[in-house]
Design a protein around this ligand. Structure first.
Ligand SMILES: [Zn+2]
Ligand SMILES: [Zn+2]
Length: 162
């Protein structure tokens, strides 16, 4: 009986995770279909969501020398050799990199491509949604509103602060 409830609990957690991913994908799909340049925060992708998408498309693995006889022995981002059991990502183009090096690389540029062959790692619209939240400049009126609202909330939240 308890095994069953444990199973149901796990099922619930998994369903929840899948559901949030699904919602995210639907949002991306809708915005790309409608060709909108979305202003609302709902269509923006946070760093966590972005990294999750990278992980989902290129799962982290461990480097094992014996499995890689004639493959890359060093990471093209940091130019150091892979050590046994280090966390790596293998892209669809078969190039491998340190997980951390690649994640940093993919967050840096306006298109997410393989550092070696420039093969796309994530669709452009996903990358654009992510960079829109990072590169937001505060000149926009709507952004100013958000900032004003936030600082107002901040003030009410911490009355003795100002
Ligand atoms: Zn590296
Ligand atoms: Zn590549």
């Amino acid at each position: 009986m308890s095994a069953l409830s444990e199973f149901l609990y796990h099922l619930k957690t998994i369903t929840k995770a899948y559901f949030s991913l699904l919602v995210l994908e639907v949002i991306i799909l809708i915005t790309s279909i409608m060709g909108l340049t979305p202003k609302s925060d709902k269509s923006l992708i946070t760093s966590n969501q972005y990294l999750n998408l990278i992980e989902e498309n290129n799962p982290t693995t461990r480097y094992a020398k014996r499995l890689r006889t004639n493959q890359q022995t060093e990471c093209a981002v940091c130019l150091s050799e892979f050590k046994e059991d280090e966390e790596i990502r293998k892209l669809k183009c078969k190039h491998i990199f340190h997980k951390d090096c690649l994640d940093r690389w993919l967050q840096q540029y306006c298109s997410a491509t393989c550092p070696l062959c420039r093969n796309k790692v994530l669709p452009d619209d996903v990358v654009a949604s992510y960079h829109r939240i990072r590169d937001r400049v505060d000149y926009d009126e709507s952004d100013e509103e958000v900032i004003l609202t936030l600082s107002a909330l901040h003030r009410t939240g911490f009355p003795g602060f100002f």
